[in-house]
Design a protein around this ligand. Structure first.
Ligand code: 7R7
Ligand code: ZN
Length: 265
């Protein structure tokens, strides 16, 4: 199996060779979130605020897997997600990022065709399902909402002090395959906007192979600000083939018969 990536030779347009669902799937992610016109997101007044319970992580690994950088707390972490469009409680698994090599590209989801310089994915799995009891089992479960991924756009502005412990660590995982144990505590809640009320939500998939169609997506309207220096730190991370990771985002996929709901007017 040719290792997938984001180059011309192994990028998103080639993933269907080993992962047919890339082309045959009808609920693939990411998508372009359209806010006006026929297929636009529809306001749903029943959508409540998302509730996160993220006690500061005390033990975690920060790793460069060659495709992204990923923050993975130890199995004992008690962070949970509920509310919003969800009917179950979800357990936090990991977070990671997607970014571009300049500020006009990098996010996976788009808003009316606009890309942000990066996108943060907070990954959770349904911890109340009788069909699986781990993240990996959830991915393979065929359950349409086995996972819930919270997507936050990053935009360039002031330095983000809450994300600084992460962006300061990027130079330590420059080489693909390298990882460090995260020093001290990390408060993920402090990174997020105060209120988690305004978001788009739709049924989709993982955005890299295996592209499993098991994700309830919640993409927040309000971007998170980071500085240019913080963005540049992402662009210095290597992909394991002697080049920096500078575009680990999949282009938008067809909506097919799906609808996108918005929790705001
Ligand atoms: C097996 O674990 C995986 C595999 C792929 C992804 C991709 O799908 C999204 S979403 N971002 C990604 O990089 C993942 O993220 C949750 C977790
Ligand atoms: Zn992702």
């Amino acid at each position: 199996m040719a290792p997938w990536g984001y180059s011309k030779e192994n990028g998103p347009a080639t993933w269907h060779k080993d992962c047919p669902i890339a082309n045959t799937g009808v609920r693939q992610s990411p998508i372009d979130l359209i806010t006006t016109g026929q297929t636009c997101a529809k306001y749903d007044s029943n959508l409540k605020p998302v509730i996160v319970s993220y006690p500061a992580f005390s033990e975690a690994t920060f790793l460069n897997n060659g495709h992204s950088v990923q923050f993975q707390p130890s199995a004992g972490n008690l962070s949970e997600l509920s509310g919003g469009p969800l009917t179950k409680k979800y357990k936090f698994e990991q977070f990671h990022f997607h970014w571009g090599n300049n500020d006009s590209e990098g996010s996976e989801h788009r808003v009316n065709g606009k890309m942000y310089p990066a996108e943060l994915h907070l990954v959770h799995w349904n911890s109340e399902s009788p069909n699986f009891s781990s993240f990996q089992e959830a991915v393979g479960s065929n359950d349409p909402h086995a996972l819930c991924v919270l997507g936050f756009f990053l935009k360039v502005g002031a330095e983000n002090a809450s994300l600084k412990p992460i962006t300061d660590l990027l130079s330590k995982v420059k080489n693909a395959g390298s990882s460090v144990s995260f020093p001290g505590k990390f408060d993920l809640k402090a990174v997020l906007p105060e209120t988690l009320t305004d978001y788009y939500t739709y049924d989709g998939s993982l955005t890299t192979p295996p592209l499993a169609e098991c994700v309830k997506w919640i993409v927040f309207k309000e971007p998170i600000e980071v500085s240019t220096a913080q963005m540049e730190a992402f662009r210095a991370v290597d992909d394991g083939h002697g080049k920096p990771i500078t575009g680990n985002y999949r282009p938008p996929c067809p909506l097919h018969t799906r609808t996108v709901a918005a929790s705001f007017k």
